[in-house]
Design a protein around this ligand. Structure first.
Ligand SMILES: Cc1ncc(COP(=O)(O)O)c(C=O)c1O
Length: 388
């Protein structure tokens, strides 16, 4: 078959460039330790930041929702009815984010492409940070708006682009905590620039929702910018330990999304057990701030331990701790060596990150013990020493 030839050639090309991807089987839940390909290893690459993916209360809530509401939503919410459970979760998320309303999406990918394409279209312009996630990039492309990519976290570069734009509607879009670098966007400065040019601001809080902020709402909350950000996007599949995502915004924006966001309209709604679990996860986020403190503390302890051995981890204070290697093949080799040392850390290569910036993306969880982190530091030290 022609497709087999194409696939073989394409995969060989990727293998030669050190870019081949493969699935690794793990047994059991996303816990602090997992069995990877049959080997026991410390899990240092999960976005289950607060350890809620297998928290007993969250699991129990999923079971209860399955019993009461079944395991499937049946269809898109515009087709077979919008379940009370979905509305309850949206009310909780709007309250968390300090907005009039919220709308659930099946994933962060769906939320980003749905929101961006609903907010801007032909004749409009979207201004996107150069390190934004693929789902934001795809949303920009799908929107048919003119796309301007500004230098990472650079409000001055953004202003230069905005000042030259005569577009009908303008949207600035950024992550708050960047998924592959773990640094934080200068949201206040970006909002100030956007306001000067009457631009909307959309903030992707995939890695911040539940994990940072006084109430666990994210960086927008921590900076008190709720009324200045047009659209807050959050995910349920990372710190909240479950699955799905949402957009929080003014009622008019949410109504617009219900009517025009194709990734909301044309897909089956989140399953009830997931929604029930997310509600229970929000209860824990609201009542157990200690998990967020431990997350930040664990990140600081790990950074400090790595830096003490000269291991090049990026400065900056979040729970995503990238260790920059550069070369893709070397990165993957070190990832294998770490696994042999009992530490599961994923190598991240282009095109997920820019060329020559391959890295080991280390993420801590609030449930890691200090012994776990010491185990990680020892393993990194041995691997870096062996690599020279
Ligand atoms: C910054 C960012 N936005 C969006 C997404 C997509 O979220 P989801 O995994 O729920 O599709 C991710 C996750 O991979 C992400 O890192």
């Amino acid at each position: 078959m022609a497709i087999d030839d194409f696939a073989t050639r394409e995969l060989a090309r990727r293998r030669d460039a050190g870019l081949i991807r493969r699935l690794r089987q793990i047994d059991g839940p996303q816990d602090t330790w997992v069995n990877v390909d049959g080997r026991r290893a410390l899990l240092l690459c999960s976005n289950n930041y607060l350890g809620l993916a297998n928290h007993p209360a969250v699991q129990e809530a999923a079971r209860r929702a399955a019993t009461e509401y079944g395991v499937g939503a049946g269809a898109s919410r515009l087709i077979s009815g919008s379940m009370q459970l979905h509305h309850a979760l949206e009310a909780r998320l709007a309250a968390l984010k300090g907005t009039e309303a919220a709308l659930l999406f099946t994933s962060g990918y769906h939320a980003n492409i749905g929101a961006i394409t609903a907010l801007v279209g032909e004749g409009d312009a979207v201004f996107s940070d150069e390190l934004n996630h693929a789902s934001i990039i795809d949303g920009c492309r799908l929107s048919r708006a003119r796309v301007f990519v500004y230098a990472h976290n650079d409000a001055t570069a953004l202003e230069a682009q905005l000042s030259r734009s005569a577009a009908r509607r303008r949207l600035v879009v950024t992550e708050s905590i960047f998924s592959m670098d773990g640094d934080t966007a200068p949201l206040r400065a970006l909002c100030e620039v956007a306001e000067r040019y009457d631009a909307m601001v959309m903030v992707d809080e995939a890695h911040a929702t539940g994990a940072v902020g006084p109430g666990g709402a994210g960086v927008v909350e921590a900076e008190g910018l709720q009324s200045r950000v047009t659209v807050q996007m959050g995910t349920l599949g990372k710190a909240l330990g479950t699955f799905g995502a949402f957009i929080a915004a003014r009622r008019a924006v949410i109504d617009l999304l219900i009517n025009t966001a194709r990734s909301f309209i044309f897909t089956t709604a989140l399953p009830p057990p997931v929604v029930g679990a997310a509600l229970a996860a929000l209860d824990i986020v609201a009542t157990d701030a200690g998990r967020r403190w431990r997350l930040a503390e664990n990140a600081a302890v790990l950074r400090h331990g790595l830096a003490a051995h000269g291991i090049p981890c990026r400065a900056g204070g979040t729970h995503i701790v990238p260790v920059l290697i550069g070369d893709a093949e070397r990165t993957m080799r070190m990832s294998e060596q770490l696994l042999a040392e009992g530490v599961f850390v994923q190598g991240i290569r282009p095109p997920t990150v820019p060329p020559d910036t391959a890295r080991l993306r280390v993420t801590v969880m609030s449930t890691h013990s200090w012994d776990d982190l010491q185990h990680a530091v020892d393993a990194f030290r041995r691997v870096f020493t062996a690599e020279g």
